[in-house]
Design a protein. Structure first.
Length: 79
């Protein structure tokens, strides 16, 4: 499994401590937002050439670790 700690860092002096890809100001949530908006990996790598495939893998490993052990319950909205 990918060790995301080698590629994702948090520094209070960079983006107020948000987790970012090491050596960049690209935050994990920014990358996830772009993907949620429909960006492809190709678009990410073309727009941010400093981003490597391993960085994207680290973003997903980080997210997976954040969600491990969390219990999600689907709640139907009642009107």
């Amino acid at each position: 499994m990918m060790n995301w700690k080698e590629r994702i860092v948090s520094d209070p002096s960079v983006l107020v401590g948000k987790p970012v890809i090491k050596g960049t100001r690209l935050s994990v949530d920014f990358i996830l937002r772009l993907l949620a908006q429909g960006w492809t990996e190709k678009q990410l790598f073309e727009s941010y050439p400093q981003l490597k495939p391993e960085d994207l893998q680290a973003v997903f490993a980080f997210l997976q670790d954040c969600l491990t052990g969390e219990e999600f319950i689907y709640m139907e909205r009642i009107s």
